[in-house]
Design a protein around this ligand. Structure first.
Ligand code: AMP
Length: 467
């Protein structure tokens, strides 16, 4: 009998979306304008899709009025907040490439990231946890105070011209985010309207730096098409509709927040609910109850912290139906508790990486519970995955090898880094993930380790999972 190859693709009756993020916003406003789009608990914000879109358009017009042009890079350095999301959608409207900066970055990493992709503008929080971002930026850009806002010329960051800070305080050389709606001229608004017809789904629109276990951070460059579709299909796997309210405690600077959270809600008209600026188990539990959330996201350690919270039993979580656990191996016991104690009977597991927008496997809400808690599900619609051996040959089902993904989700490449791009995405279009996986005869996948973590002893490959 011929061995079944470890190659799968995701047939789907649902076509890929071929539109920009701005067009998707227009569609959602037309369909669900009066429904809630965004609730930010720590900022006391509650906006409908129409209200959000109005803020997005005003912000996009300001970006244009400040001289930013389609294709320019704009960084965002802030924990979860409403301004993050307004900037995400406004930059997409204006055709600017949003550069996600990790809120935990120190000065050297910030300087490297902004210079690597040549950011012309930066939207920054004032501070977060132990980092005073304004102090850090003033150290890096001592000349900032001597230039009018928007006309910076700095030695260490030669591309950076526009600094925009959040909060009410003023800082010489910086604009305030709240000033933006006043900056958009008629000409800028007309330009935004004109761009609706010019921007293309295949334009790069987002750069995310991958942590990278080795070497310097690399800027994975993603298009509207990459991330809008991935967000859409992540929501479909959870049975999303405009009736859903998704609690998003994961960071927006990572694709888990801004794609699987924000763009998923955008494409389904569902509501984005941010419990806090950073993860805190108690505010997640409070938010789910108070906002009657139907879905909850998290990496496994977040769910573990919520379940272990001393006040867990005080909360009514019965509104929950589904959600997604991802980002690291999801222990079976935790999945079972999430189903039993958090009422997430339709919870899913997703697997992916930044370079693939991110998700390539996700369990379905109707998969048998056993498969749902013990595997990362089956391949996502429209994507192909194969498992290969060290020679790059596809292995049989049930055998372990490197997981490779091909399809609409694969990034354009690493920004300004053709060598690293060629090392990651081969000539046939396969992204080599570096993850070790096994696909079973039914197409369910288990992630069993990382190639880089492999130890070779006496000619035998040993993986951490095996020790
Ligand atoms: P990032 O690009 O930061 O999203 O990290 C992606 C990496 O996280 C993948 O290459 C995997 O090693 C790991 N990962 C993501 N989801 C899962 C999962 N469900 N199970 C195991 N590992 C995962």
């Amino acid at each position: 009998m011929e061995l079944l190859k470890a190659y799968v693709n995701g047939p789907s009756a649902v076509p890929l979306l071929y539109k920009t993020i701005g067009e998707a916003l227009d569609d959602t406003v037309a369909r669900f304008g009066d429904r809630e789009a965004l609730v930010v608990r720590h900022q006391n914000i509650r906006w409908t899709w129409a209200e959000l879109a109005e803020r997005v358009d005003a912000c996009a017009a300001a970006f244009i009025a400040l001289g930013l042009c389609p294709g320019d890079r704009i960084g965002i350095w802030a924990p979860n907040c409403a301004e993050w999301t307004v900037t995400q959608f406004a930059s997409a409207r204006a055709g600017l490439i949003l550069v996600n900066i990790n809120p935990a970055y120190r000065l050297a990493e910030l300087e490297y990231a902004l210079n690597k992709v040549g950011c012309r503008a930066l939207v920054t929080a004032a501070s977060f946890k132990s980092s005073n971002y304004i102090d850090m930026l003033q150290t890096l850009l001592p000349e900032a105070a001597h230039f009018p806002p928007g006309a910076l010329k700095a030695e260490k960051l030669p591309s950076l011209e526009v600094l925009i800070r959040l909060g009410d305080e003023r800082t010489p050389g910086f604009l305030n985010f709240a000033d933006l709606p006043g900056l958009g001229t008629d000409a800028a608004r007309a330009r935004i309207a004109e761009l609706r017809g010019l921007l293309q789904p295949d334009d790069p629109i987002n750069i995310q730096f991958t942590s990278g276990t080795t070497g310097l951070p690399k800027g994975a460059t993603l298009t509207h098409h990459n991330i809008l579709n991935n967000g859409h299909f992540v929501g479909r796997a959870m049975g999303f509709s405009e009736a859903d309210r998704l609690c998003i405690p994961v960071p927006l600077y990572h694709c888990f927040g801004m794609v699987m959270g924000n763009l998923n809600c955008l494409t389904h008209g569902a509501c984005m609910v941010y419990p806090n600026d950073a993860f805190d188990p108690l505010t997640v539990l409070e938010t789910v109850e108070a906002e009657r959330c139907t879905a909850l996201f998290g990496v496994p350690t977040m769910f573990i912290a919520e379940l272990a919270h001393p006040e867990f039993d005080r909360f009514d979580l019965s509104s929950l139906r589904t959600g997604c656990m991802a980002g690291a191996p999801c222990p079976i016991e935790v999945m079972r508790k999430v189903v039993d104690r958090m009422h997430m009977r339709e919870v899913t597991i997703a697997y992916g990486m930044t370079e693939t927008s991110p998700v390539s496997f996700q369990s379905g809400t109707d998969d048998p519970l056993e498969k749902r808690v013990s595997t990362v599900g089956r391949v996502h619609p429209h994507l192909e995955v194969k498992i290969v051996d060290q020679e790059g040959r596809v292995v049989p089902r049930g055998e372990k090898g490197e997981l490779c993904t091909r399809g609409y989700s694969v990034m354009r490449g690493y920004w300004d880094d053709p060598e690293q791009t060629a090392a990651a995405v081969d000539e046939a279009g396969w992204m080599h993930t570096g993850d070790l996986a096994v696909i079973d005869p039914d197409g369910y996948c288990r992630i069993v380790g990382r190639i880089k973590d492999m130890v070779i002893r006496g000619g035998e490959n040993i993986y951490p999972r095996e020790i």
